[in-house]
Ligand binder design. Sequence first.
Ligand code: AMP
Length: 389
Amino acid sequence: MPSLSEETNGAVKMLQPGATIGIVGGGQLGRMMAIVAKYRGFRIGVLDPTPDCPTAQVADFQVVGEYDDKTAIHDLAEKSDVLTYEFENVDADAIDEVRHLVAAPQGTDLLRVTQDRINEKTFINRHGIETAPWREVNDFDELEAAIDELHYPCVLKTRSGGYDGHGQHVLRNDTDLEKIRARGDRGGGFPPSILEGFVDFAFEASILVSGNGEDYVTFPMVRNDHRNNILHITVAPAEVSDELHRQAQDLALRLAKGFELAGTLAIELFITKDGRVVVNELAPRPHNSGHYTIEACSIDQFDAHIRGIAGWPLPEPKLLSPAVMVNVLGQHVAPSRALIGSHPEWNVHDYGKAQVRHNRKMGHITVLTDDTAQTVADLEATGVWDDLK
Ligand code: AMP
């Protein structure tokens, strides 16, 4: 596991308006970063293979290329003062290779830790923070031995590359285990993996923390409901005791300090039935569960990200109003658009994606409310999200 070196987070000091921020990845997260960066007067470049991708629509220029195309990353670096990324599966070596050309305030250790579930769990545990119990497993024999220790049910995940439940198997009994063996026997191989004990959670939550390499601020903890492993609804704030909120904030600040964080980090959590806060995984960037901050907080997660990588001071985020955020997936685009005219309370966000596909994140809607349970019920009653019931 990489150790955090002195020069890792070569923090930028007060990047001036007019400077150029290069974003690797041109999806909705890059787009929302770019929009707020424009308020601050920064210029935006984006690297993405799709011309006119969501970020390019609001950027000053696009380098069209694959995310791991070293020539394209070099090109973006040459044209930028600061480099950032909107997803964690960026080639860390490629970023390191251009650091003589451009500042990368987030460093690449943060990427190397969060790209690899074993590095990630090791880092979290070393900071005295609880995760699911876990074992590294690289072949079927190691898997059997790990199950003997962790017992069923447990979750087998690939070390890297998985997202939204891809590359994951819940193992409940020997029949499930045999399926993994059969897959290997059919030539499917056994990718480097991690076995996690199953966390008996009451609900899933997340908390965002942002930093500028020196100071760190947290956002309120929120509750997240998933469907088919994709975030469906976020309720802000999570309805938990002050003590649980404090615990989540405390662990978020410890992780941020550990990373000397610049920018925004999302921490996905399980709240257990016996009231413990357990970290599931980290995302070194703004996160879907933080979109509510755009309307509901005094500073939003994208603004905090941009200010953090620019070396600006960060104000303490305040929740201005409770809120509910619901994702608009491909199948929800037409029915939700049909209702915009009758819902002035909907803060509609559309990511400008050319292709509408089933389960693709196309936009989201945030509603500010004094009664989050009623608002969730009202949203569900529209019928737009019936396919997820
Ligand atoms: P992940 O890709 O690690 O975020 O996992 C996707 C989803 O699978 C999570 O949001 C949980 O609902 C579930 N999950 C993952 N790991 C565990 C675990 N160790 N125990 C219980 N549920 C889990």
